[in-house]
Design a protein around this ligand. Structure first.
Ligand SMILES: [Zn+2]
Length: 173
């Protein structure tokens, strides 16, 4: 497994609609392993393929927070929200592509998501709580949308300027 570089906002690759996965290839399985390792190492609870520069509709997540519970690494190919609740939830969200910036985002509290797994089989699951927020945040990435796109323009611009500064500093280091 290889740790992948996480792309930092702003970057055109984070604004693109990703292509559907048509076939589960060995390369794709390797990418899934790499993405999970990169996510755990960061540490984060979700990571979408475009965040590591792969423009495929693919995400990984594991929202198990309890120390005494086993991890639940999930890989979702071509995920789609098929149902969402009218009831909403507000979570303070962050993003591995927007380090150390957090803001409240309101989303449907519960969603049903269908996807293809790494065996090419269709899957469907109902998510609530942090899982629901995380899967919606990651699916947004596959459509070129970031959590800061839900914020007021001024707040979004402030965060983007901070990220531009961070990238300049990293480039110099
Ligand atoms: Zn994100």
């Amino acid at each position: 497994m290889t740790l992948r570089n996480i792309i930092i906002h702003p970057d055109p690759r984070l604004k693109k609609v990703c292509d559907p996965v048509t076939e589960v290839t060995p390369e794709l399985r390797r990418l899934a392993d790499d993405m999970l390792q990169t996510m755990y190492e960061a540490p984060g609870i979700g990571l979408a393929a475009p965040q590591v520069g792969e423009m495929a509709r693919m995400l990984v997540m594991d929202c198990v927070k309890e120390e005494d519970k086993p991890p639940r690494p999930m890989v979702l190919l071509n995920p789609e929200v098929t149902w969402s609740s009218d009831e909403t939830n507000v979570y303070e969200e962050g993003c591995l592509s927007i380090p150390e910036q957090y803001a409240d985002v309101e989303r449907p509290a519960e969603v049903t998501v269908s996807w293809m797994d790494l065996d090419g089989k269709p899957q469907e699951e109902h998510f609530s709580g942090l899982w629901a927020t995380c899967v919606q945040h990651e699916i947004d990435h596959l459509n070129g949308k970031l959590f800061i796109d839900y914020l007021k323009p001024l707040k979004r611009q402030m965060i983007t300027r901070k990220m531009q500064k961070l990238k300049r500093e990293r480039a110099r280091a």
